[in-house]
Design a protein around this ligand. Structure first.
Ligand code: SAM
Length: 391
């Protein structure tokens, strides 16, 4: 039986995640809210953790049951521990071995039980009660770095228990050593690049580059670098079954890491500009760590004074929010002028552009008609990816 898998993502990124999963050849791909479900093997779990640019985490669905009341929530969890179930060779007995520490996190929506901490508590109670019965002892709850990270999703009174195989969110690529004022999350940066449909050719410019995330994600795509290449740990290496199950061991992991991805832009060059010295030094550190220093030119200065290299290429911008709306309107119209005047007449084809604009209607003063306007959430903040073809 294939595993039922779920890759989670920020709200609004589902279409990109779905496309990524289809490209990986995943089966039964279905878009959900802030997630995409699919079916696969433990090997697919490894590949998804290594390759997905727009996902937060890769989860294995273990079971679902009626969670309308505290009792049924706990009973469902107990039944699972007592069961002879297995997930592509990983048995319930191995998974719920009381020597493993665990943590349960929950979400609750459209259900009678509204308090997600209560949901997590009841599922935890059900699990440890059944462990006491089955093994004569219970596992320890460990909030920080547990062996098993379990997630419960209660939706319309139905509880789904999921096992986290990623651990730290997949946006932790390993290159952001220096942070800045408002760095964009890596998955969202990758989505900005993917949204343009850029073919990997030509230079990439970010005239307000901050810590350099948009440049790094564009380069990763152009060079066929997997997003996991600098990351050091994933939760799956600590799961029972890793090293024992076929396709779920160090050898399979090494094979997946060695897979060659398409390299649409082997010659890609990156240009970043920022008016803040701290941003330029953060971008220098991060792009160096990403292994991109020799392709990158960073300049301290104003976006509006920067003379871009010959195009066509890709321009990516994530402007800061203005404090006041009038300030904002002016900033956006100046950005529109900048895009038109500096990037609008590349010989031989258009520059493509993605602007990540904070707020639902910010960006409407750009004065250019976007080809696409994609609502996304940047953490708790609503934002838009605006895609322009500048010709
Ligand atoms: C929201 S941050 C960009 C964050 C970036 N995407 C990252 O991941 O770190 C906006 C950046 O634009 C810079 N900025 C704002 N106006 C600028 C201008 N006119 N010229 C150059 N940089 C500017 C700010 O200094 C800030 O670093």
């Amino acid at each position: 039986m294939p595993l039922r898998l779920v890759a989670t993502c920020a709200l609004g990124l589902e279409e990109f995640l779905e496309a990524e999963l289809r490209e990986l050849g995943a089966d039964k791909v279905r878009r959900r809210r802030a997630a995409v479900s699919f079916a696969g093997s433990w090997r697919d779990v490894l590949r998804a953790n290594w390759r997905l640019r727009t996902a937060n985490r890769v989860l294995v669905e273990l079971a679902d049951w009626d969670g309308a009341t505290a009792e049924t929530l706990a009973e469902g969890a107990s039944r699972l521990v007592a069961s002879g179930r297995s997930w592509d060779g990983l048995t319930a007995a191995e998974l719920f071995d009381p020597r493993r520490t665990f943590a349960v996190r929950a979400t609750a929506a459209a259900s009678r039980i509204k308090d997600r901490r209560w949901v997590a508590l009841k599922v935890k109670d059900g699990l440890v009660d059944a462990q006491r019965q089955r093994y004569g002892r219970r596992a320890t709850v460990e909030r920080k770095d547990p062996d098993l990270q379990l997630r419960v999703r209660l939706f319309k009174d139905r509880a789904t228990l999921l096992l986290d195989t990623s651990g730290e969110s997949l946006d932790h690529r390993g290159y952001r050593l220096a942070s800045g004022a408002a760095p964009v999350r890596e998955q969202l940066a990758a989505a900005c690049v993917l949204a343009t449909g850029w073919d990997g050719t030509g230079p990439v410019v970010d005239p307000m580059c901050g810590t350099g995330t948009l440049l790094a994600e564009a380069a990763y795509l152009a060079l066929g670098w997997a997003p996991g290449r600098l990351r050091e740990s994933w939760a799956f290496t600590g799961l029972p079954g890793f090293g024992r199950l076929p396709g779920f061991d160090v050898a399979a992991w090494e094979t997946i890491r060695a897979e060659v991805l398409p390299v649409p832009g082997p010659e890609v060059r990156l240009f970043g500009v920022d008016r803040e010295p701290t941003a330029i030094s953060a971008a220098t550190i991060n792009l160096e760590r990403a292994g991109l220093a020799d392709r990158t030119t960073l300049e301290l200065g104003d976006a509006h004074d920067f003379e871009p290299p010959p195009g066509p290429g890709l321009v990516l911008v994530n402007p800061a929010y203005g404090e006041r709306l009038e300030e904002d309107a002016d900033q956006w119209s100046r950005l529109g002028d900048l895009l038109k005047q500096r990037y609008g007449k590349g010989p031989g084809g258009p520059w493509r552009a993605a602007v990540l604009a904070g707020g639902a209607d910010r960006g409407k003063h750009v004065g250019l008609k976007p080809r696409r306007r994609i609502p996304v959430w940047n953490g708790p903040l609503e934002a838009r990816i605006l895609v322009f073809d500048l010709y």
